[in-house]
Design a protein around this ligand. Structure first.
Ligand SMILES: Nc1nc2c(ncn2[C@@H]2O[C@H](COP(=O)(O)OP(=O)(O)OP(=O)(O)O)[C@@H](O)[C@H]2O)c(=O)[nH]1
Length: 588
């Protein structure tokens, strides 16, 4: 049995906790914590940038440097950030007055956060609060200037704060979201920070069987210029205690437990429903002690939380001086998290609820050293990532298919054309026959070039053009049919079956009569034939006789207007078009 110190300290009422988001990054972290259900704590956003401030979900907002920056940010200048907070020093003091604990979330490297964080920390401390700072360090690509500004602020915070929890954005992006964008990296960082804030809040606020006090927290986190080691895991099932610890140690911030080998003090908090047993806690602690030196000071807390149901969570917090972080021995890490369960048979009933605490330490691993197995652990996480596959799968749905070439059944075929070669249906990989109908609903350009992956060769494209032409021809035929219907009533000659179809114009090679077929028809004759339907009627509304193939044998005997003699003249620009052109020309 491992002897644990029983700490009789009272926990802090939630009303005395204030979480502050400072600057742009701080506001995002705060929003994340609020959206994740940060219970019981007051949320305060501090920023020079009014636009960002207005968007924050925090219940309380305070503009820094209203006269100095006039609602704009500090432009990356920490001195401006510092002066901006001093301008509203009294309000900041008021906001933190009477709070036992203040969590300050800030992204270091910019102007507002780097300049104002040390001042806010000092003011909160002077007002009697215990201040835990959650700070991010900038990405490498943000440049040396930002890195230097962040380092300067970090050094000040290490002295001024009660506890400092540092996250390295660069490391986080590298390990967690190497393939994703900066926004995703930031939001992942915010999620992690939000998780750690919640875990620490759980530690110090929830009343427990064995309480953890602020001084425990400070002991666990405070060393001169140190980085936080943090891991949190939750599990359900038969071996939930071991699984929860395994999840917590899988946190990159703990480097699979290896970073605990040099820890001087470690804070462990276990939380579960009323079913949590002492045996489970003991097993868990036995596992943990394999990773900490015998001389380490273990601070233990446990709480029954009915809201946990049948889940059990464990939070491990420690701190390591920076000089020890770089000297980490990866050899020690291999299988470290797994080894603690050697004696415990894994059970399929175990359900990993939420690995939690996937925090990335500000640890500079030596390049020559193999990466610790953090990535393996991450691979085990049930993050469904194969997004591209999904896209590929759905791609055929977006394919525009050529329209079906069905001719309207009700329309008679205009002219018997030679039977076209039966065209094979396009074969589409991964596309079922019955999907055609669905696809037909998609918008398909009726005219113009059809960009279809299935029209690779010229023949097929020609086919399509032909289809278009035949569609146009059909329209023309319909017009002619209509005209014929009209003509049928008042023109006995209309059924002579010799009407030359000239209105299509779409496929002249097929439907235009050749010159020798038309005999002496000249331009003006074409004009007559092409006249719109409406103009084919004279003023009395009588339909004009339509030219027929017989025009090639037009009888001119009996008068200058031939067979049109005695009919109403068909006048265009003063010329009677029913008079043969050569006669009209002669008359001129
Ligand atoms: N985790 C996290 N880090 C961020 C985010 N946005 C920015 N950062 C980091 O935080 C640093 C400071 O950025 P901001 O907080 O926007 O800057 P600021 O403190 O408001 O300062 P000014 O913009 O100069 O007024 C950046 O250099 C980034 O490394 C974010 O949304 N999440």
């Amino acid at each position: 049995m491992i002897p644990f110190e029983r700490n009789r300290q009272q926990t802090i009422p939630s009303s005395s906790l204030k979480v502050i988001g400072l600057g742009g990054a701080g506001a995002n972290m705060l929003d994340r914590a609020a959206l994740d259900g940060m219970e019981g704590a007051e949320l305060l956003a501090l920023n020079t940038d009014m636009r960002t401030l207005a968007q924050s979900v925090a219940g309380e907002k305070l503009q820094l440097g209203p006269n100095l920056t006039k609602g704009l940010g500090a432009g990356g200048d920490p001195e401006l950030g510092k002066q901006a907070v001093l301008e509203v020093e009294a309000q900041v003091r008021d906001a933190v007055k009477g709070r036992s604990i203040v969590f300050l979330c800030v992204g270091l490297g910019g102007g507002t956060g780097s300049g104002a964080a040390p001042i806010v920390t000092r003011l909160a401390r002077e007002e009697g609060a215990f201040v835990v700072v959650f700070a991010t360090m900038p990405f490498g690509f943000e440049g040396q200037r930002r890195r230097d500004q962040a380092e300067t602020a970090l050094n000040e915070l290490a002295v001024l704060s009660n506890a400092l929890v540092t996250f390295d954005n660069g490391r986080m992006g590298e390990l967690v979201l190497a393939k994703q964008g900066i926004h995703e990296a930031f939001s992942a960082a915010d999620r992690m920070i939000s998780e750690s804030i919640k875990a620490v809040t759980r530690l110090v606020i929830k009343p427990g069987l064995v309480n953890v006090g602020l001084d425990d927290l400070m002991t666990a986190l405070k060393t001169n210029r140190s980085r936080c080691l943090f891991g949190s895991g939750i599990a359900k099932g038969k071996n939930r205690a071991q699984t929860a610890l395994k999840n917590a140690l899988s946190s990159p911030l703990l480097d699979r437990g290896s970073l605990l080998h040099d820890a001087e003090s470690v804070l462990v908090h276990v939380s579960g429903g009323s079913e949590m047993t002492l045996y489970e806690v003991e097993l868990l602690m036995q596992g943990l002690t394999k990773h900490v030196p015998e001389s380490a000071h273990i601070l233990f807390g446990a709480a029954i939380d009915e809201a946990m149901g049948d889940s059990l969570s464990v939070t491990v917090i420690s701190a390591l001086p920076e000089n020890k972080l770089t000297a980490t021995m990866p050899g020690k890490t291999e299988g470290a998290a797994d080894s603690i369960f050697e004696a415990v048979e894994d059970d399929d009933d175990d359900e990993e609820v939420d690995p939690g605490g996937t925090f990335v330490p500000a640890v500079s691993f030596k390049k020559s050293e193999p990466e610790p197995e953090v990535e393996d652990e991450l691979e085990e996480e049930p993050e469904p990532e194969p997004v591209p596959e999904k896209k590929e799968k759905s791609a055929p749905k977006r394919t525009i298919l050529p329209p079906r070439r069905e001719k309207p059944k009700s329309k008679p075929e205009p002219e018997p054309e030679p039977e076209p070669e039966p065209e094979p249906e396009p074969v589409i990989e991964g596309f079922e026959e019955d999907e055609w109908d669905e696809e037909e609903d998609e918008e398909i350009p009726a005219r113009g070039k059809v960009e279809s992956p299935f029209l690779d060769d010229e023949d097929e494209e020609e086919d399509l053009v032909e289809d278009e032409d035949s569609a146009q021809e059909e329209v023309a035929l319909k017009e002619d049919d209509d005209l014929e219907d009209e003509d049928a009533n008042d023109d006995e000659d209309s059924d002579d079956g010799e009407v030359v179809r000239l209105t299509s114009g779409a496929d002249k090679s097929k439907s235009e009569p050749k010159a020798d077929e038309l005999g002496e028809l000249e331009d003006d004759d074409w004009a007559t034939v092409h006249k719109p339907k409406s103009s084919r009627k004279d003023e009395t509304g009588e339909a004009k006789k339509r030219p027929s193939a017989g025009q090639a044998e037009l009888e001119l005997d009996g008068g200058p207007r031939g067979r049109f003699e005695g009919e109403s003249p068909n006048l265009v620009d003063g010329e009677d078009l029913d008079v043969p052109p050569y006669l009209r020309k002669r008359a001129k």
